[in-house]
Design a protein around this ligand. Structure first.
Ligand SMILES: C[S@@+](CC[C@H](N)C(=O)[O-])C[C@H]1O[C@@H](n2cnc3c(N)ncnc32)[C@H](O)[C@@H]1O
Length: 746
């Protein structure tokens, strides 16, 4: 589903090298490291001082760094509460081992740095020192908030490793294995506890402090302070009210942090019994319901959102915010049920600044079911015609290249190299599901490659979902989609998105259940973060929905290799089956011709101005190439199948040939045939067989030229059918027919 750059040999070499190092390192599994590779306190101080200096220099030069991130051998996250773990010390750690049931308590003693992970030098109660690296934190996490100098932290079930620079570190891959401890926590050994004891603050004082943090936008700290305040509340009657205030305020902070499920829980728990119907109580309850409604809306749980806003309106029908949200929610529910989108407006509303669109998913026409030999698949619940909406889905998560450092992810578990926004996507998903168990379980239901056992549910431990980041990454690799920054077909964007590094990547949960075919019966396009999937041909009720996982334009052997390497299966669609029957010598000939055609086309670009100016020799050469490449698609196997490698040279020949409209029409219909659209015209009657069609851009142009030829011979009925075909393919590629007139009709 994503585009992998084939010129990534150097990264695969790096992966190979890392795997070798991993193998070497694993030879030391279970051993204590030799003293010679342990770094002293002063060596670590110097190392972190220099790293901080380097980071400052880089930030001054605004240098854009591509980092490589190695995902090592998988191990599970800790699923035990902190209080049940037995302490361990740095000197007792053994290499390449996850210390199950144990916890390390450490104090950071340098300025932290960020190189893929947030790192710091740490000491334990025995005075031993080492390095700590925490991976997969959200892209917005600041080193100084996560692991500042002086921070005391608990590492649950620590994993100890040798590093490529010849040293050692405690490596945390699952962020929930890392706990920043509050001063006064009884788990902190005396030797690490700060000398000055903080005076116990009152719940009221803490509430005010939390409110001040909230106002400053420091929501994470506000949540922590409200939680402390809740712990500090007493048993007096007055404290009940305070508790409700604190939960309502914490709901507001959690809402800002994207911790929607916690926000809903707090907001609803802060409601005051409606027996007390005073005006003040009403206001408070409206506030709580409003917050719960907003959080439910963000989770796309529109039924719950509607209930919350509805209840707020029952308390005060004139409450404007609840009213606005209620009607907004009703619109979403209507989209969810009827798919009544205005795609043109949707396309106009998506911009680089505003790409998270306010729309609901429409999934009524599909359902997940068993797909023989392919695990699960998506199936149509009703008859679909070409161009019909199959489903429209809002993204679960999208990472854009301008949201942080882009990187090369080298995954030893899946043998996969991913370029660009993949590590941002991993971090973002981990953060999202850590705080939203329902969303976590929806995500983990996706296909993970089968290497993580059958226990699909993540556990909630110490208030967070214990997220297995290795599994999250494996799921993301198998189910992620590459997508444009703003919308499909955006010309400006096509200019800037030259490589995978410039591409956004995301997860669409329901779309992830669709299996692949090189002759997909559904096409996808993106408008902002909405995926719009349309039928490419007739699909019966109960028919499986197939999408193309990228690489459709690649030659057969390369396509198969990519599908095997990236997704672990061999495609057996009609096109692949036909290709498999072609003799090797013919395939070799095709590969050679493709190269010749590519260089001919790039040296002889056709425009509207020069299309009739090419020499007879050039035209003859193009015709010869076309004839030869056609021969590599034996009629016996490709009679009713597309001939993708003929398409571009055929289009060149059709555009440059001239001749009368009837002759030109035949040529453009032949281009459509290479794209898998078999068009027959009887008078004004047009029939189009799309059973094996692939909606390439050249097919839109060919349909529009064919339409013009038909207009020229006065066959208006057939002309409009061809124009409708051009519009259909354009709409499938871009999600909406917005812009079609501008590009093709004016
Ligand atoms: C995005 S998931 C699709 C949903 C998946 N079938 C499931 O059960 O959740 C991708 C995985 O589906 C399977 N798959 C997809 N298309 C296939 C095909 N044409 N033939 C066989 N397996 C396929 C492969 O295992 C692939 O890694």
């Amino acid at each position: 589903m994503e585009t992998d750059d084939s010129s990534m040999e150097k990264y695969f070499a790096l992966l190979k090298q890392q795997k070798l190092q991993l193998k070497e390192a694993q030879a030391y599994k279970g051993q204590t490291p030799p003293a010679s590779i342990k770094r002293s306190r002063s060596a670590l101080q110097q190392e972190f001082y220099l790293a901080a200096l380097g980071a400052r220099m880089r930030s001054l030069s605004h240098e854009h760094v591509v980092r490589s991130c190695f995902i090592g051998a998988a191990y599970p996250p800790c699923t035990l509460p902190l209080s049940s773990l037995v302490p361990i010390h740095l000197r007792d750690l053994t290499l390449e081992t996850q210390h199950r049931g144990r916890v390390l308590i450490l104090r950071a003693f340098c300025e932290p740095n960020v190189i893929v992970a947030i790192q710091n030098a740490v000491e334990d109660e025995r005075g031993d020192v080492d390095r700590l690296a925490i991976y997969n934190l959200p892209p917005t996490a600041e080193a100084n908030a996560v692991l500042p100098q002086g921070a005391i932290v608990a590492i649950k079930e620590p994993y100890y490793k040798r590093t490529a620079d010849g040293g050692l570190f405690v490596r945390v891959d699952h962020p929930t294995d890392f706990v920043l401890l509050k001063p006064g926590n009884s788990i902190i050994p005396r030797a690490l506890a700060p000398r000055t004891k903080k005076l116990k603050q009152s719940a009221i004082g803490l509430k005010e402090e939390g409110n001040a943090k909230f106002k400053r936008g420091d929501f994470q700290v506000a949540v922590e302070i409200y939680s402390d305040a809740l712990e500090a509340c007493g048993l007096d009657a007055g404290d009940d009210e305070l508790r409700q205030d604190l939960r309502r305020n914490r709901a507001a902070a959690n809402l800002r942090l994207g911790r929607f499920e916690l926000a809903i829980k707090d907001a609803l728990a802060s409601m005051i019994s409606t027996e007390d119907a005073s005006e003040a109580v009403k206001r408070i309850n409206i506030k709580a319901l409003y917050r719960a409604g907003k959080a439910a809306y963000e989770m796309q749980d529109f039924a719950q959102a509607k209930r919350c806003f509805g209840q707020a309106l029952e308390l005060d029908g004139a409450h404007k915010e609840s009213r606005d949200e209620f009607f907004r929610t009703v619109k979403r529910i209507s989209e969810q049920e009827n798919g009544g989108y205005d795609f043109s407006m949707m396309a106009k509303s998506a911009t680089a600044q505003h790409y998270q669109l306010d729309h609901a998913s429409f999934m009524r026409r599909v359902k997940v079911g068993p797909a023989e030999g392919r695990g699960r698949g998506l199936f149509a619940t009703e008859v679909l015609k070409p161009g019909d909406i199959v489903f429209v889905e809002k993204a679960f998560y999208v990472a854009h290249p301008d949201q942080g450092d882009i990187s090369v992810l080298l995954n030893v578990n899946t043998d996969r190299v991913s370029l660009g926004t993949h590590s941002l996507r991993l971090q973002g998903i981990v953060e999202k599901i850590t705080w939203n168990p329902t969303l976590a379980n929806k995500y983990t239901d996706l296909f993970d490659g089968g290497k993580f056992g059958n226990d699909k549910e993540f556990k909630v431990v110490d208030g967070r979902v214990a997220v297995d980041t290795f599994r999250v990454q494996s799921i993301a690799e198998l189910n992620g989609f590459g997508c444009p920054r703003v919308k499909s077909g955006d010309k400006e964007q096509r200019e800037t998105e030259k490589t995978d590094l410039d591409q956004s990547t995301g997860i669409w949960l329901q779309a992830s259940y669709s299996n692949h075919s090189c002759l997909p019966n559904a096409t996808r396009a993106f408008i902002g973060d909405m995926m719009v999937v349309r039928a490419a041909r007739d699909i019966p009720a109960g028919g499986e929905i197939f999408m193309g996982y990228g690489a459709l334009e690649k030659p057969f052997a390369e396509r198969q290799k990519r599908l095997k390497n990236s997704y672990g299966f061999e495609c057996d669609c009609d096109l692949c089956r036909a290709e498999a029957k072609v003799q090797k010598a013919t395939m070799d000939k095709r590969a050679r011709l493709c190269k010749e055609i590519d260089s001919f086309l790039s040296a002889n670009e056709v425009t509207n101005r020069n299309q009739f100016t090419f020499s007879a020799a050039k035209k003859a050469r193009a015709k010869k190439l076309l004839g030869e490449i056609r021969e590599t698609y034996p009629k016996a196997h490709f009679e009713r199948l597309p001939r993708p490698d003929c398409l571009h040279i055929n289009f060149w020949v059709a555009r440059t040939s001239g001749g009368n409209p009837q002759q030109a029409l035949g040529k453009f219909l032949d281009v459509l045939r290479d794209s898998g659209y078999f068009v027959s015209i009887q008078g004004t009657n047009v029939t189009i067989d799309r059973k094996a069609a692939i909606g390439y851009s050249a097919a839109i142009h060919a349909a529009m030229y064919a339409s013009q030829c038909l207009m020229a011979v006065g066959n208006h009925g057939a002309a409009s059918a061809l124009e409708a075909l051009g519009r259909e393919i354009f709409t499938a590629q871009t999600g909406a027919d917005e812009g079609f007139e501008l590009e093709f009709m004016l």
